[in-house]
Design a protein around this ligand. Structure first.
Ligand SMILES: Cc1ncc(COP(=O)(O)O)c(C=O)c1O
Length: 232
């Protein structure tokens, strides 16, 4: 099958978008959707749990990443919060030792206080990663390229390490865009991006965008767990 170029993917919508054939997808600003009866639910009921505009964006992002599912959030920290909410008390995260400062503060001040143990390794050293893994390790969280040092991590090698003990590899690939790297194709289980850096090539100061971040995955079980956590 011919591979569709990224630029073409960006302008072709999944599922034709709008029931009335609008070429530019309409923005659904409603909070609540009418249901046919109190016990029969349509595709959408309340915008926090699902909205046609957001669904379309998520489908497009999943396609760009080579994923099956995507969940959009208002910020990178919100995406990271949802990602770590899939863990339980007593679980262990191995994180890279060069991460965005906000991520480190979040792991230290929020995640650890919620009973999830976090340790840090040099993700370029597979011996160190292997030694830190235990049966309690559920998630390896790395950035590549890292922020701030722009170190490049071998996603394939670290994914193999994670999978040998059944842990998932989550890659924060915010410093690039899916046009340049697609971590799912290299073995990552989840990709997270806050697009203010590599994607939009803009800085916080100059951005006129509504901030949008997302996680993508090929793993249906994972996304269902996250949605459960968010719905509660
Ligand atoms: C690599 C990386 N991850 C996560 C974040 C957090 O994203 P946000 O500021 O959208 O919450 C940032 C922010 O700069 C970042 O650079």
């Amino acid at each position: 099958m011919r591979r569709v170029k990224t630029a073409t993917q960006c302008v072709h919508l999944e599922g034709r978008g709008d029931p009335y054939g609008a070429v530019s997808p309409p923005i659904y600003q409603t909070a609540t959707f009418r249901q046919s009866s109190p016990s029969e639910f349509g595709d959408f009921d309340y915008t926090r749990s699902g909205n046609p505009t957001r669904k379309l964006v998520e489908q497009q992002l999943a396609k760009l990443e080579g994923g099956k599912h995507a969940s959009a959030f208002a910020s990178g920290m919100a995406a990271l919060t949802a990602l770590t909410r899939t863990l339980e008390i007593g679980d262990h995260i191995i994180a890279g030792n060069d991460l965005y400062g906000g991520t480190i503060r979040f792991l230290e001040k929020v995640v650890q206080r919620a009973g999830v143990y976090v340790s840090y390794v040099d993700p370029t050293d597979s011996n160190e990663v292997g030694a830190a893994l235990s049966k309690r390790t559920k998630l390896l969280l790395i950035e590549t390229p890292t922020n701030p040092l722009l170190r490049i991590i071998d996603i394939k090698a670290i994914a193999e390490c994670a999978h040998c003990l059944g842990a998932r590899l989550a890659v924060d690939n915010s410093m690039l865009s899916p046009c340049f790297q697609q971590p799912l194709a290299l073995g990552a289980d989840v990709v997270m991006r806050t697009p203010l850096r590599g994607f939009c090539r803009c800085t916080r100061q100059s951005s006129a965008f509504t901030i949008l971040a997302y996680v993508t995955t090929l793993d249906t079980n994972f996304i269902e767990t996250r949605q459960m956590a968010m719905a509660q």
